[in-house]
Design a protein around this ligand. Structure first.
Ligand SMILES: [Zn+2]
Length: 538
């Protein structure tokens, strides 16, 4: 990328952030778009930092004027080749969708589906829809509409449309009635055990031919369902007269008590994809068996068939992913909640300080393949670290502090840069007297070096600064002072570490990322009497 493109990006970001370019956002965006930049992050960050400072010192008007001259950012684009295998012709209308059920937290596996479908749409200048598949009032939970929307926006995905399947009940009814009239579906009065048994034994029940839709809509029987007139001998069990509608008499968060007959996931999904011309869908492998039914229903209803492509799930080594197990562990207080730092839900990753661009980079790297892959935390961490290393300012933090006294030197004021590679960001000033906090247990007769300060042994000063002739263990310190801030860090094992940090952290805002030197990256999560951070990674 050349210099004027980079300038254009920063200006564009500054203009959209009311005159102040957001370094974190610019880095993330550029790395996502130009992965080559990662080869020399240090140089790139240096250049970028300078540019951000320069552009932020301009007035908003000047920024707008300069951006106008250079031209808007959309002109820089990347051909990824990621979707070549779909053999989409130029000019084909590409509409994709991500259809979550508002009943659970999204995790990193969903992020893969969301991002791939979104990137596919963007690459072909198509559209991407977010569709809430909320036609099972027994599972739908009101709060998840907002949580999911927030997660998706955080990932940097802006859906062209947000849809709610429960808004299309008239459409489902109309098409259901059509199938019944055509003899393609029937009202089945068997109970669910009987239906299951028949499917297993590949037997038809005596209900085929029952075709009174109106009567079904008013039916009292809880076990009365509409089934597809399929093929009970089909080798794919999904095709053995699947249920299309069932009666669920429950309050729905959007529709209230208006409906008691609801389409099943299979019917709803096929109709919505067909009706809204979703041409391509990349989705996880567990839907493979369902694809045959979806195609069958779409043809039956006169829709163009959605081309689906099933991806392997990827697993994160040692991370719980089963919603049921997670729920139990939260109940049993083994996990803090869905945002527990041990989980890979998007809420947890966001709170920990992972950037959406790192997640994007990570999930795309797992590839579009049908074979399962196991990834580790390190695969994700390495990508995040690249992005935040140059962004996060450094501070001193001492966990489980122990007080020590050192004699033999005169008190002084020292300055330490907020970031060693970016002097323009300024310094932190510390007043050093003779008392210090350290995290380490100090051994007798051993030399120690206080980072940026001096060397000592057994509480006595030896020499200043980086004395190369002396072998000394580098340790971390803080001057004892009433300005220090009490800090609590929620670690990646779910336990808290308590300590003190230098006073500069008081100025941080919730959401800021810092690097506590020799401890790790942390994100400020709560500000109160003490500051509460969440450990991002080392
Ligand atoms: Zn039956």
């Amino acid at each position: 990328m050349n210099k004027s493109d980079l300038r254009r990006y920063v200006l564009d970001n500054a203009v959209s952030y009311k005159g102040k370019a957001n370094l974190k956002a610019v880095v993330g965006h550029l790395i996502g778009k130009f992965p080559n930049l990662k080869k020399d992050m240090k140089k790139f960050m240096k250049e970028l930092n300078k540019l951000v400072d320069e552009i932020n010192s301009l007035s908003f008007e000047e920024q707008k004027e300069k951006l106008e001259k250079l031209g808007k950012v959309e002109k820089i684009k990347k051909e990824s080749g990621l979707f070549d295998f779909l053999k989409i012709k130029k000019g084909d209308k590409v509409i994709t969708a991500f259809p979550p059920e508002p009943s659970k937290y999204l995790h990193i596996g969903h992020a893969k589906s969301i991002l791939l479908n979104y990137l596919l749409a963007k690459e072909y200048k198509g559209k991407f829809y977010l569709r809430f598949e909320d036609t099972n009032p027994e599972l739908v939970d009101k709060e998840f509409y907002d949580i999911i929307l927030e997660d998706i926006k955080w990932l940097g995905v802006n859906p062209d449309k947000v849809q709610y399947a429960s808004d299309y009940m008239d459409l489902f009814y109309e098409l259901g009635e059509k199938l019944i009239k055509k003899g393609e579906a029937y009202v089945c009065f068997c109970d669910s055990d009987k239906i299951k048994e028949n499917r297993r034994k590949k037997l038809e029940c005596g209900c085929r031919g029952n075709n009174d839709w109106k009567k079904f809509l008013k039916a009292k029987e809880k076990s009365c369902v509409i089934r597809l007139n399929g093929d009970m001998k089909h080798k794919n069990a999904v095709m053995r007269d699947p249920t299309l509608f069932r009666i669920i008499n429950k309050m729905h968060p959007r529709a209230g008590k208006k409906y008691r007959v609801w389409p099943t996931y299979e019917f709803q999904n096929s109709v919505m994809d067909g009706y809204f011309k979703i041409r391509y869908r990349l989705r996880s492998k567990e839907f493979e068996a369902m694809s045959e039914l979806q195609k069958y229903l779409q043809k039956l209803l006169g829709f163009k068939v959605t081309k689906t492509y099933e991806l392997a799930r990827f697993n994160m080594e040692g991370v719980l992913s089963s919603g049921r197990v997670i729920r139990e562990k939260i109940k049993g207080k083994e996990l803090i909640g869905w945002d527990d730092p041990r989980l890979t839900t998007l809420v947890a990753l966001r709170k920990r300080g992972f950037l959406p661009e790192a997640i994007k980079d990570f999930v795309v790297s797992t590839g579009i393949s049908k074979s399962e892959s196991t990834m580790t935390w390190d695969d994700l961490i390495i990508r995040n670290k690249r992005l935040i290393d140059g962004v996060a300012n450094r501070y001193f933090f001492i966990s489980n502090p122990k007080k020590i006294k050192i004699v033999g030197f005169s008190e002084k004021n020292i300055s330490v840069p907020l970031h060693p590679d970016h002097e323009g960001r300024g310094v932190r000033k510390l007043k050093v007297l003779d008392e210090f906090y350290v995290a380490d247990k100090l051994a007798k007769g051993k030399n120690y070096r206080f980072m940026h300060l001096f060397n000592f042994k057994d509480g006595e000063f030896i020499s200043e600064g980086l004395d190369k002739s002396l072998e000394a263990k580098l340790i971390h310190w803080l001057p004892v002072s009433k300005d220090l801030v009490k800090v609590k860090v929620l670690m990646d094992d779910g336990k808290f570490v308590n300590g003190v940090a230098e006073s500069g952290v008081k100025k941080l805002k919730v959401g800021d990322l810092v690097q506590f030197e020799r401890f790790g990256f942390c994100r400020l999560d709560k500000k109160g009497k003490e500051l509460e951070f969440i450990f991002t990674h080392r």
